[in-house]
Design a protein around this ligand. Structure first.
Ligand code: GLN
Length: 201
């Protein structure tokens, strides 16, 4: 099982550590030629979505990744990653991959509640700790997207096909269950023989 972790900016090392601890192999995506390796899933980490979106385009990785995600590549997207996937951002004119039918609000918890930790229920797992850092939340969920978690009445995790979008940072917790769920999704996908490579990257 090989997982690609977008590593142009942000909290990618934490995801890598966790995935490797769970037995997955990781490849860091830093430049276009990194896309030549076969991988079974993709992690879009937290960080700054505007910077990540810009770098993805400048580095020539944006279109290829968008095509693969739309084509069913399993994705775990946290915080800025969720913003990159969202079809719409209510307080920003930009959109990026737009493959996840949700509207998100960036920096939605305001300055005072910029960063906090809490517990809430994640569908199929149960109660888990959640760390929010200048996090978005999900204001609208489109057809086919399933709500996986809410916090204080706000949607903070969704699934749409093989895309998991989370407002919070499971890579910062001792708990492994969200990453385990993602790897299960990748394993199921892998056995469907949908592993993708980019021939002319
Ligand atoms: N506030 C960041 C953004 O808008 C996301 C924060 C994070 O990923 N922890 O991109």
């Amino acid at each position: 099982m090989k997982i690609a972790v977008l590593a142009v900016q942000g909290a990618f090392a934490e995801h890598r550590r966790k995935l490797e601890a769970l037995g997955a192999e990781c490849v860091e995506l830093r430049k276009r030629t990194d896309l030549q390796e076969a991988f079974d899933g993709l992690v879009l980490p937290g960080g700054e979505s505007t910077v990540q979106g810009k770098l993805l385009k400048e580095l020539g990785m944006f279109d290829d990744l968008k095509m693969r995600i739309a084509d069913g590549l399993p994705v775990l997207a946290t915080c800025a990653g969720l913003i990159l996937l969202a079809e719409q951002i209510s307080n920003d004119e930009h959109t990026y991959f737009g493959t996840l039918p949700v509207t998100v609000k960036r920096n939605a918890y305001g300055r005072q509640l910029g960063s906090f930790r809490a517990e809430s229920t994640f569908k199929g797992i149960g109660k888990i700790p959640m760390t929010f850092i200048r996090a978005p939340y999900i204001e609208r969920v489109g057809a086919g997207a399933e709500v996986l978690a809410e916090m204080d009445g706000k949607i903070v995790a969704v699934r749409y096909g093989r895309q998991l979008g989370l407002s919070f940072h499971p890579e910062l917790e001792a708990d492994n269950q969200v990453h385990e769920l993602f790897l299960e999704l990748c394993r199921a996908d892998c056995s469907d023989d949908r592993r993708t490579t980019l021939k002319n990257a």
